[in-house]
Write a protein that binds this ligand. Structure first.
Ligand code: SF4
Length: 385
């Protein structure tokens, strides 16, 4: 039986450059080596996760620059040209993340590190997609000979985990990112992955993140590096390490159903460390204690609400608390899920497409499946004016 090959290696605690390079090289070798297409003259786009300025460099929110450096050096050794590139989350400043995380050190050492928000993006057709058949993608991703995906291991407030599949959303410009949130993030991600088809993935599991990721979660030092060509298999094994059963994560399940790879552990060969030997259950976003801290807003999370909107609201509470802005929640009513019954104040926020009501003034309706956290915070700021 054909099996997808995934590797797992480990660094020592608090690893330095040499330790990380050694773990990355071993992981890549155990996973069969870089693809043949990494050849002289090829342009190889390396896609880290530069979502947002984290609390600390070791918060597990952003791909470690030394993981990027190690892969970029391997690409160069094959005579190809590595281009490290990403766009931060909607409304966030990629250059600020580059500088905070030390990616500008890679620039000083002669590597190209692009803030994609300053680069050209193009409208392209994705005819096989039902959610976004037309998307605006950064030209660097379209013109690359191949993409090597460099996500970081973390939980996510909307999609449970963000690993190989979810990381690719950074290659869409903000307007298509927003459109994906507005329509259907869960189906949109596998459709984007099918379009971009990264050739190889190196997952940074050195400093990981649990709880209300992808930015404000709690750091977990795992000291792991995973690698492989099958991103669905890689997300399956990384998910198992983090305590998620196969099939439990919608994006992985849907990607497997779309034929992008296997989510069946029996069809995955793991080289290096057995995944069972490094597993550690990650606290989920839904297990956040923040609701018990009695935020000054009334939350009406309808029984029909899925984890997408439920965890988005939890994540908004965490973010506002971190910013010292719980005052924005005072006397607000936040509703998710099915149309609410009974009288609600005029100033409630209806969050997510499931909460749309036809008999109500929709000025406080925030569309999305699920909506971006920043849209909810923006609406709360507007109400406070
Ligand atoms: S809009 Fe509905 S289906 Fe979509 S994330 Fe929210 S609750 Fe889930």
């Amino acid at each position: 039986m054909f099996k997808s090959l995934i590797s797992i290696t480990r660094t020592p605690p608090h690893p330095g450059r040499e330790n990380i390079a050694a773990a990355v090289r071993r992981a890549v070798t155990l996973a069969g080596g870089l693809p043949e297409a990494v050849r002289p003259g090829a342009m190889v786009l390396l896609k880290p996760n530069l979502v947002e300025i984290p609390f600390t460099r070791e918060s597990g929110a952003v791909t470690h620059p030394e993981v990027c450096r190690a892969v970029a050096e391997m690409v160069r050794e094959r005579g190809a040209r590595p281009v490290i590139a990403d766009a931060a989350g909607i409304g966030s400043d990629t250059e600020a993340v580059i500088s905070f995380m030390g990616y500008d050190g890679l620039r000083r050492d002669g590597f190209t590190v692009l803030d994609l928000k300053k680069e050209r993006s193009l409208w392209v057709d994705n005819p096989a997609a039902a959610v976004l058949p037309r998307i605006r993608v950064y030209e660097a991703a379209l013109s690359a000979d191949l993409i090597i995906n460099l996500p970081v291991m973390k939980t996510h407030d909307q999609t449970e985990i963000t690993l190989s599949l979810k990381n690719l959303k950074g290659l869409l410009d903000d307007c298509s990112k927003k459109a994906m949130h507005r329509q259907d993030l869960f189906h949109g991600i596998p459709e984007l992955a099918a379009f971009l088809k990264p050739s190889f993935t190196v997952l940074d599991g050195i400093y990981a993140q649990e709880g209300v990721g992808p930015v404000y979660g709690d750091p977990v030092e795992m000291d792991l590096v995973l690698a492989g060509r099958d991103m669905v298999a890689l997300d399956t094994i990384a998910g198992l390490i983090m305590g998620y059963r196969p099939g439990e994560v919608p994006t992985t399940r849907l990607a497997a159903r779309a034929g992008l790879g296997t989510a069946d552990p029996d069809k995955i060969e793991v080289a290096g460390l057995p995944w069972e030997s490094v597993r550690r259950r990650f606290k989920r976003a839904s297990e956040s204690e923040i609701i018990k801290e009695a935020p000054p807003a009334s939350l009406r999370i309808d029984g029909g609400t899925c984890s997408g909107c439920r965890n988005t609201v939890i994540s908004v509470l965490v973010e506002l608390k971190a910013r010292g802005r719980w005052d924005l929640l005072e006397d607000r009513v936040i509703v998710t899920g099915g149309p609410p019954g009974g009288d609600l104040p005029a100033e409630e926020l209806l969050v997510g497409n499931c909460a749309r009501r036809h008999d109500h003034n929709d000025k406080n309706f925030i569309a999305g499946c699920p909506p971006e956290n920043s849209w909810i915070i923006g609406a709360l700021l507007k109400l406070a004016r």
